[in-house]
Design a protein around this ligand. Structure first.
Ligand code: OGA
Ligand code: MN
Length: 228
């Protein structure tokens, strides 16, 4: 099992804000978000943030996804190494498109730069050794789901942390598509995919499940922080 240890802060906030740490200048709000995600992970097995990205960024990413969908650039995701479409569709029904880590798209850059700052923060405060990441757009059409699973497969050993960002406008409980998080035998938490929300958890430990979307496409970006 992959254990993480959270250290006491070694660098005073004033030093960070004062720009001593050139490679990582965090705003106060960003540091609070990062702390909330990490504290949630340590205390409750998952971190949650209501508005991880600004509304305009969520909108930009959403429009990117919709145009990829329209252009027919999204395809069924594989599970493990051997891809069997029939078997795959009975487990997960989302269509995905990978995001290039070197992307110059303005909204993808805002997201990935923030993810890189988060990785630095995580490595510095929790002694994790994340050295890579991968993110993709995901679209679940009506009635699509992803059955209960872990995110670390035999062929994906490097995945340490999972990160989901939802892109849906005006989503309500009646739209379905909730994410169930299987915390332990007697505790299952639920998160509905409202735009801007983020969920963060350990890829090899927390089982989770995407329930069918009932009314319309359920759109998100899913990603993994990796050690390769
Ligand atoms: C995944 C996944 C959760 C969600 O892509 O592996 O579990 O809420 N996604 O979209
Ligand atoms: Mn998953």
């Amino acid at each position: 099992m992959f254990k993480i240890i959270k250290t006491k802060k070694t660098i005073p906030k004033a030093a960070i804000l004062g720009g001593y740490m050139k490679e990582q200048v965090l705003t106060n709000q960003e540091e609070l978000q990062f702390e909330a995600l990490i504290e949630g992970l340590l205390n409750d097995q998952y971190g949650f943030c209501e508005s991880f990205m600004e509304e305009s960024t969520v909108l930009g990413l959403k429009n990117n996804l919709l145009s990829h969908l329209e252009e027919g650039e999204m395809y069924p995701a594989g599970i493990g190494k051997k891809f069997d479409y029939q078997k795959n569709a009975s487990v997960r029904g989302d269509l995905i498109k990978w995001i290039d880590n070197e992307s110059t798209d303005v909204y993808e850059r805002i997201l990935l730069d923030k993810i890189e700052r988060f990785i630095q923060y995580l490595n510095r405060t929790c002694y994790t050794s994340i050295n890579d990441y991968e993110f993709h757009y995901a679209n679940y059409e009506v009635n699509s789901f992803y059955k209960r699973h872990l995110d670390q497969f035999k062929s994906e050993k490097g995945r340490k942390f999972s990160f989901i960002i939802y892109l849906n406008d005006d989503w309500t409980v009646d739209d379905g598509g909730k994410l169930s998080l299987y915390i332990n035998a007697s505790k299952i938490d639920e998160v509905y995919p409202m735009g801007g929300r983020t969920v963060f958890f350990k890829s090899d430990e927390l089982e989770h499940e995407v329930h069918p979307s009932l009314t319309r496409n359920r759109i998100s970006i899913a990603g993994w922080l990796k050690n390769i």
